[in-house]
Design a protein around this ligand. Sequence first.
Ligand SMILES: [Fe+2]
Length: 189
Amino acid sequence: MNTKILKRKCCPPMIYAVILFGLLSSSLLTLQAFSKTVRSKYGSWKTVLTSKDEPGEPLIVSGTVYAPDGKTPAAGITVYVYHTDAAGYYRKGTNSSDNPRIKGTMITNGEGRYEFRTIKPGNYPGGGVPAHVHYVLSGKGYPKQNDEVMFEGDPYLTPRERSEISVRPLTRDNDGVWHCVYDIKLKEK
Ligand SMILES: [Fe+2]
């Protein structure tokens, strides 16, 4: 057998190393690009509150947290949200908002943005109260701030509530997912 010919036909180990390095680099770049969609230097600005098995209509709420001037995006703000399930319960058996089952935490990114995917909350059992999502905002020296968002068209909204800025429209995409945008202005430090 002519070993010289064989050697010419085979790739030297260095070429294999270069190919392997290239493959690993592209994989890492893809992973980094994916991570940037949910993380910033402050932490995760997007989260998912419910599993795919959670009964209810899917809902994505997003928005921007602004400084008290209402214009400057507030980065690094912790946004804790919680709400009832589709039947109106914070937790079956002990329906207390002190111990909600559906909840999650985000930290606003460099543009002050947050986003969470969940299901549309139900009205409290027995009705009377518009469906809503509770917010608790904190961090960056701002006082802890409670807030909530409600949705246009809720039958339990009072005429006064309908004009509040925390009542937001819902739009539904072709996949049946509801979308709501809710921006929040922080109170003065
Ligand atoms: Fe509530």
